[in-house]
Design a protein around this ligand. Structure first.
Ligand code: CTP
Ligand code: CA
Length: 222
């Protein structure tokens, strides 16, 4: 039945998942964004639901439709995503799979920028809030916080440093350099980095990555 939660090891637990890209407006018809289909975040939400969790799903404009049965919050920008994440209460675990734009256009134009002037437009950027780091530093930090690190080189070193810098418990690191064919595909090859070290997972479907992560979260939350 739609809306009914499954029974499983995460019954009674509330997990927050961020997913998809954020869109940062340049003007009313243009934006900057990261590449993200939302496939991995959506698969994680489904896997958590299947284990009985209540899932708050905060998503930017993704290609993949959101799963049925989540508490859905659709946002556009990083700042809206932060607000939605901070509005979630009594979260046991957070999984931050969104590809958040690191910068926004400092003063987006209220009107469409026209190309009729002789000058090329120059965009000035401002840094977006780091949602994951903000949550990790907050008073009501979830018991378990999982981040992602999409890297194109020195994957493990960058991801290990990122885990420490952001203060999250686990990081799922992946190599998204074009040669891997990971971006936009249905498979993922990740390394789980925890305080105990790094665990390489074989390349597998995004659904299988999600199922394995959900299982680990269930074990960790007990
Ligand atoms: N993240 C976030 N808010 C941001 C940027 C990133 O919540 N403004 C989260 C992502 O969802 C991911 C993790 O932080 O779980 C790492 O994102 P990533 O882009 O790899 O890290 P950055 O710290 O932004 O570093 P860089 O892009 O320079 O590699
Ligand atoms: Ca980033």
């Amino acid at each position: 039945v739609e809306g009914a939660l499954a029974d499983g090891p995460l019954t009674g637990k509330h997990v927050l998942v961020t997913s998809g890209p954020t869109h940062e407006p340049i003007d009313p018809v243009r934006y900057i964004a990261n590449r993200s289909s939302g496939a991995q975040g959506t698969a994680i939400a489904k896997a958590l639901l299947a284990l009985g969790a209540r899932v708050t799903f905060v998503t930017g404009p993704a290609e993949v439709p959101p799963p049925q049965g989540v508490d859905l919050v659709a946002v556009q920008t990083a700042r809206e995503m932060l607000e939605a994440v901070q509005a979630a209460r009594d979260v046991d675990a957070g999984v931050f799979a969104a590809a958040v734009a690191d910068w926004r256009v400092a003063s987006a134009s209220e009107q469409k920028i026209k190309k009729d002037s002789s000058e090329l437009p120059v965009l000035e950027f401002a840094e977006n809030p780091d949602i994951l780091a903000t949550v990790c530093a907050s008073d009501d930090r979830p018991a378990l916080v999982v981040g992602f690190a999409a890297e194109t080189e020195n994957v493990i070193a960058h991801a290990t440093a990122k885990r420490a810098r952001k203060g999250c418990d686990w990081i799922l690191a992946n190599d998204v350099s074009p040669a891997t064919g990971i971006m936009g595909g249905s498979e993922n090859a990740v390394t789980l980095i925890t305080a105990q070290g790094a665990e390489d997972w074989p390349r597998m479907g995004k659904d299988e990555v999600a199922a394995r992560l959900a299982q680990k979260i269930a074990e960790a939350l007990g």
